[in-house]
Write a protein of this length. Structure first.
Length: 197
């Protein structure tokens, strides 16, 4: 079986990475058969996050896509993915925060449990491979959070460690690794640069 294409898109907050990813898959869907599937990791934990979720839903309102809400345990989406789907996962950084703090309600957040994130990381790569076995194209959106000065907070440093590690592993296996910065989309694996409209 042919593995689907993997694209990783990373950029700062409000850099246009989600819109870029959506346009990429909508354009591709106009040339090939396959459903557009949107995997959403956001949960409305406060008014700001609710506004972000609402904005993303509004941005997708005119796109014919299937949305799967999956804030944790990404493997839960695999049965819903069909052969040939074009899949956008938005976003890895939100999923990571959700997973790091899963279990907080019982005072056992993953971030403080030895080996917990290692298990979740291994499951993540396995799930991505399972998705790629079905899809024609998987696009993963993530935030760049490592351009800032190191935090004095242990939990923030832990988060940065995990996102950096996961970014490196995903980019290593990706067909395209696109960074959105200053209105430019740069594909670091294929040496292409594009000015965003």
């Amino acid at each position: 079986m042919v593995r689907g294409k993997l694209t990783v898109i990373i950029g700062g907050v409000r850099s246009g990475k989600s819109a870029y990813a959506e346009k990429m898959l909508v354009d591709e869907a106009s040339h090939v058969a396959g459903r557009l599937v949107y995997i959403a990791s956001g949960t409305a934990t406060d008014a700001e996050m609710q506004a972000r979720i609402d904005r993303h839903k509004q941005d997708r309102a005119e796109i014919d896509c299937t949305t799967i809400e999956q804030p944790v345990e990404l493997a839960g989406v695999v049965p819903s993915i069909q052969q040939g789907d074009l899949v956008l996962w938005d976003c890895l950084t939100t999923w990571l925060a959700n997973e790091l703090y899963s279990g907080w309600e019982t005072a056992t957040p993953c971030i403080s449990e030895p080996g917990c994130m290692e298990q979740k990381e291994a499951q993540l790569y396995e799930t991505i491979n399972d998705i790629l076995a079905k899809t024609s194209h998987l696009v993963i959106v993530s935030n760049e959070v490592l351009d800032e000065l190191p935090s004095t907070y242990m939990e923030t440093r832990t988060y940065s460690k995990w996102i950096g590690r996961i970014h490196q592993k995903l980019v290593a296996q990706a067909d395209e690794a696109i960074e959105i910065d200053y209105g430019l989309a740069t594909d670091w694996k294929n040496g292409q640069r594009e000015v965003l409209a």
